[in-house]
Design a protein around this ligand. Sequence first.
Ligand SMILES: Nc1ncnc2c1ncn2[C@@H]1O[C@H](COP(=O)(O)OP(=O)(O)OP(=O)(O)O)[C@@H](O)[C@H]1O
Ligand SMILES: [Mg+2]
Length: 130
Amino acid sequence: MWFPPEPEQVRRVRAYVEDCLTRWGLLDRFPVEAVSLVATELFGNALKHGKPDGRPLLVVARWRGETFRVEVDDYNPQGPVLAWATDQDPEGRGLLLVDALCARWGHLPKRPGGKFVYADIPALGPEAER
Ligand SMILES: Nc1ncnc2c1ncn2[C@@H]1O[C@H](COP(=O)(O)OP(=O)(O)OP(=O)(O)O)[C@@H](O)[C@H]1O
Ligand SMILES: [Mg+2]
């Protein structure tokens, strides 16, 4: 789904991934809050670091087996890197959260001058399902 590159859209991005989980019958199989948080952070990073120029940003939700993937396009070919924020840094921890919540994440080039960032959220284990 395409979203205008505006902070106000974060609410809609969260609603989109939650709607995918609902429609695909996955609410019991994946951690909804974690999926929403990851989508929020990737979309926020696309706004903050993805060289937005007014064109809409593509957010894709994919599900295969034990993995729910969120992808966000942007217009900066350079990839994200884990920052090591110190006590003095008010920001720079978003990807650390993504890293903690996801089985893997990364980026792949997409069309000249752009990329998409993906993050794979693993399914809940049997204990969490009870
Ligand atoms: N989509 C992106 N494109 C290019 N660089 C990115 C992207 N996302 C993150 N980065 C780089 O990775 C760094 C770490 O990202 P992270 O999300 O942890 O921090 P932040 O976005 O700067 O701060 P916060 O998430 O706390 O608002 C960023 O400072 C930026 O340099
Ligand atoms: Mg961030």
